[in-house]
Design a protein around this ligand. Structure first.
Ligand code: AMP
Ligand code: MN
Ligand code: MN
Ligand code: MN
Length: 284
């Protein structure tokens, strides 16, 4: 059923969002979401609270995560849905993936110090609800707080991205490993916001081909970070690669996110929604 208000991508304080899993569940329900997943970066620490909150609200729920992967020298995000959030292979894989974030954050702060921005590590850490998950978003909030930039999007234009001060290349999980952790726990792997990566057509073809070979099954067609033309392009990719289609706002914060929970357009009616293939994993 394509016309379901499913929102299968968002972030809580357990990664780089500003709301708790419970507050997100209430906001989703209030916006009319009928099926919801919390997909924190490299972390499933919020899943139990999210499941409980969804159940209390009578909102259908899928376990979720967004795993950071390195592919063709770039960072790609793989969303996992409907897996067993207590599976030890997932738990240890994510813990490894989170591993390098502390050192990376210190290296980022050192680069920022060289362009005159002091105390960024401590500043970012204050925003991190989960110190193991210190991310560029927390640095962005610190740079806004300290008056260097007006808003977080400006931070990513001037800092923290390739070629700009504060960018530290990092090696995340392998594509095959991330897909395997999700599948071993009975879940479905989905390529998140594909338009964001800036791949050449050849690299993008390689990404989707290898993803499928590893057992990946879905692609985000509708996300807060796609334009309507990009949604049309990736609907076509879903058809060409035989992938199920997902829909998720990627909501992080009422102050920063342009797309609120549950407000995206419907999926094109001819695509197979990921929730059709995940029916037995949905918690009611
Ligand atoms: P990290 O995992 O530490 O590399 O941080 C990545 C996070 O930074 C993403 O999940 C987004 O929340 C945020 N981010 C990346 N690029 C942008 C951007 N251009 N504008 C706003 N937030 C961004
Ligand atoms: Mn994020
Ligand atoms: Mn992402
Ligand atoms: Mn996300």
């Amino acid at each position: 059923m394509s016309y379901l208000n499913a929102d299968l991508h968002c972030h809580s304080v357990v990664s780089d969002g500003t709301l708790t899993p419970t507050a997100l569940a209430h906001r989703a329900k209030g916006n009319g979401v009928e099926l919801w997943a919390l997909t924190d970066h490299d972390e499933i620490g919020g899943c139990a609270e999210a499941a409980q909150a969804a159940q209390a609200l009578g909102m259908a729920y899928l376990s979720g995560v967004e795993i950071s992967v390195t592919f063709a020298g770039k960072t790609v995000h793989i969303v996992g849905l409907g897996f067993d959030a207590t599976d030890p292979r997932m738990v240890s894989g994510l813990s490894q993936t989170r591993g390098g974030r502390g050192q990376r954050a210190q290296d980022m702060a050192e680069q920022l110090a060289q362009v005159g921005i002091k105390g960024a590590y401590e500043g970012a850490l204050r925003y991190a609800g989960n110190p193991e998950l210190i991310s560029r978003t927390h640095f962005a909030r610190f740079l806004v707080e300290s008056g260097v930039c007006k808003e977080t999007h400006e931070v990513f234009r001037r800092f923290l991205t390739e070629g700009k001060p504060g960018f530290v290349p990092h090696r995340w999980a392998n594509l095959g490993d991330a897909v395997r952790w999700i599948r071993e726990g009975g879940g479905m792997a989905i390529v998140a916001h594909p338009a964001r990566y800036g791949f050449t057509p050849t690299e993008e073809f390689a990404l989707f081909s290898e993803f499928k070979q590893h057992g990946g099954e879905g692609v985000e067609v509708l996300t807060g970070s796609h334009t309507s033309q990009e949604a049309i392009n990736y609907a076509q990719v879903a058809r060409e690669f035989g992938l199920a289609a997902s829909r998720g706002s990627d909501f992080h914060s009422p102050e920063e996110s342009h797309t609120d929970l549950g407000t995206l357009p419907w999926l094109p009616g001819d695509l197979t929604p990921v929730w059709d293939r995940l029916a037995d994993r949905i918690q009611h």
